[in-house]
Design a protein around this ligand. Structure first.
Ligand code: CU
Length: 264
């Protein structure tokens, strides 16, 4: 019986390691510049946790087998080994604090650094259950908005003021966002009702959209394609339907897209 149990833990360790090494369930494709650091951090965390997990399961199996019942003698045990306890507590503390410091550096580099000055700015205003995107248009200035002017029936989802000249060329789209490839993009994330979360897995970007706040994030997309914008915060009954499309285009197609939308 002990042998069966020991084999079970060894098998568990080997299968788990195989899934990890074979990257059976891995991250989606990476298409942003900053994302490599995020992936490295995650891989490092998984690697360390994986080694500990593997060693623990193999050790558990070994103990079960080595100290299985033999003959009529009863097993004896003792507890308390200050030296051992101190050792594994210290090792664990050093590993975790080290990972936290390293992870914090990656986080801070992404969230505290300003977007490059040549970044293209897009605003996204979340609502139940859609993403309202706005580009400033050729004048590069966003028009004035006022929450009092928000009117879904008139498709003025973000409350754009029709009397402000700067807003006349603003490009408004719902659930579709276009960005050029290889160019820094700043996204100002807002919400007009409850908390949502702007999430593009392939960009390794996830930012809460908090009512009353305008939170800036930035990224540079590295591959032309179409990616899903998901809402990563349970925001109501139709949360599951709240999805947009992110179109990453080469600069020629992007300019074309802007012109088309500006004329629309
Ligand atoms: Cu949402």
């Amino acid at each position: 019986m002990a042998m069966v149990l020991a084999l079970f833990f060894w098998l568990l360790a080997v299968v788990t390691a195989g899934i990890f090494i074979g990257r059976v369930w891995w991250l989606p494709e990476l298409v942003s510049e900053h994302g490599a650091a995020v992936d490295r951090q995650l891989a490092l965390t998984l690697l360390i946790a994986g080694i500990v997990f593997f060693a623990a399961q193999v050790g558990l199996g070994w103990f079960i087998w080595r100290y299985r019942a033999r003959g009529a003698g009863r097993a004896s045990y003792w507890h308390e080994s200050p030296k051992l306890e101190l050792t594994w507590t210290l090792i664990t503390a050093v590993v975790f604090i080290g990972l936290a410091i390293q992870g914090n550096r990656v986080w801070a580099k992404y969230f505290l650094d300003d977007a490059p000055p040549d970044a293209l700015t897009i605003e996204v205003t979340a609502q139940q259950f859609a993403w309202n995107n706005r580009s400033p248009g050729p004048d590069r200035k966003f028009g004035r908005t006022d929450p009092k002017l928000m009117n879904d029936a008139l498709a003025n989802y973000i409350g754009l003021d029709p009397n402000d000249a700067a807003g006349r060329d603003d490009i408004l789209t719902q659930n579709i966002m276009a960005v050029p490839v290889g160019r820094p993009v700043r996204v100002i994330v807002r919400s007009k009702d409850v908390t949502h979360s702007f999430f593009v897995p392939q960009l390794r970007v996830k930012q809460d959209a908090v009512p009353g706040m305008a939170i800036g994030i930035h990224f540079t997309a590295t591959k032309v394609g179409e990616y899903e914008i998901a809402c990563a915060e349970l925001c109501g009954m139709q949360h599951y339907k709240m999805r947009g499309r992110l179109l990453v285009m080469d600069s020629v197609n992007f300019e074309k897209w802007l012109k088309q939308r500006a004329g629309a």
